[in-house]
Design a protein around this ligand. Structure first.
Ligand code: OGA
Ligand code: MN
Length: 300
């Protein structure tokens, strides 16, 4: 019988006694969905499955995203196009060298973010599988943006409700000084509007929606926007809102991108292999549409 054991009171939970590589019964799937609505981060230990089985599990939750690596012609994918390769490995299965572009690009995952908020229709959930994990470092930290919203002073909630931020993958990379994008990427990564506060249709809870991809807020001077985004990210990532996941090999961790942020922690990536593969399910609609805001297509 499938079990759900909270890791923190209201945020992460561990799900046991289930083999995600096998076809899931409607009952088990219902238990997982209910747990996911409540907890936003689910850890499934001891999963042994191949890429196809990981993808099959993810498809229960909606349509899958295609990796952004595919945009760049010269990139040869190591994995299936529906898997984001967040490992430190190249196509030859060797550790990427320090100046490798994919390595530098993936360093963006060290910044607090939520997946694909730089897409018009962002991600709903991500399922990250740890095939090989380093013995020290390399945790993934998760921040609960629902709890962070609930803890905001009423005045701040009033000020930010209805604000719309501009998210671009190039914004988060620029924070690290990474600007190596070709024409196709620049076009694909043009800023998109996302609400700053959202209501989750399933739980009814309110949540902040933040990421290092956000770089501007419509209608606010740039300096004010950066200051506000910085303050909100700092607020939301205080320890009481954060669960830090220490990986064991064969963990599958699933998170709700609508109401969490996450970041990867450093590890000795020239010494240890970290083979992590992420399946990502797209959300149902742009966040502005979900919140009933009509938005002009180009930036204000
Ligand atoms: C991701 C991600 C961080 C990590 O897979 O989306 O940001 O710890 N990963 O690998
Ligand atoms: Mn991510």
């Amino acid at each position: 019988m499938i079990t759900v054991q909270p890791i923190t009171p209201d945020f992460a939970a561990e799900v046991g006694d289930v083999d995600l590589g096998k076809p899931l019964s409607a009952e088990d799937l219902a238990v997982i969905r209910a747990a996911f609505t409540r907890h936003a981060v689910l850890v499934f230990p001891d999963q042994t499955f191949d890429d196809e089985q990981q993808l099959a599990f993810a498809r229960h939750f909606g349509p899958l995203e295609t990796t952004v690596f595919k945009l760049r012609k010269e990139n040869k994918l190591r994995l299936h196009e529906n898997l984001a390769d967040v490992s430190n490995l190249g196509n030859d299965d060797r550790i990427l060298e320090t100046d490798n572009r994919l390595r530098l690009y993936n360093l963006g995952n060290r910044l607090w973010h939520t997946d694909s908020s730089f897409k018009r229709v962002p991600a709903y959930c991500s399922m990250l599988y740890g095939r090989s994990v380093p013995p020290v470092g390399g945790q993934t930290e998760f921040a609960d943006l629902r709890a962070a919203y609930d803890a905001l002073p009423e005045e701040t909630r009033r000020r930010i409700g209805g604000l719309v931020a501009e998210h671009s993958l190039m914004t988060s990379r620029a924070r690290l000084g990474f600007t190596d994008f070709d024409e196709t990427e620049r076009k694909a990564f043009e800023p998109v509007p996302q609400v700053l506060v959202r209501r989750l249709a399933d739980s009814g809870r309110m949540s902040l929606y933040l990421a290092s991809h956000a770089g501007a807020i419509r209608g606010l001077p740039q300096a004010e926007a950066e200051a506000l985004l910085g303050t909100l990210i700092e607020h939301a990532t205080q320890r009481q809102f954060v669960y830090s996941h220490r990986w064991r090999a064969n963990d599958l961790v699933m998170w709700d991108n609508r109401c969490t942020m996450h970041r990867g922690m450093p590890f000795d990536d020239q010494r240890y292999r970290r083979d992590m593969r992420r399946a990502t399910v797209a959300d149902v609609a742009p966040t502005c549409e979900q919140m009933g805001l009509s938005i002009k297509r180009s930036a204000a």
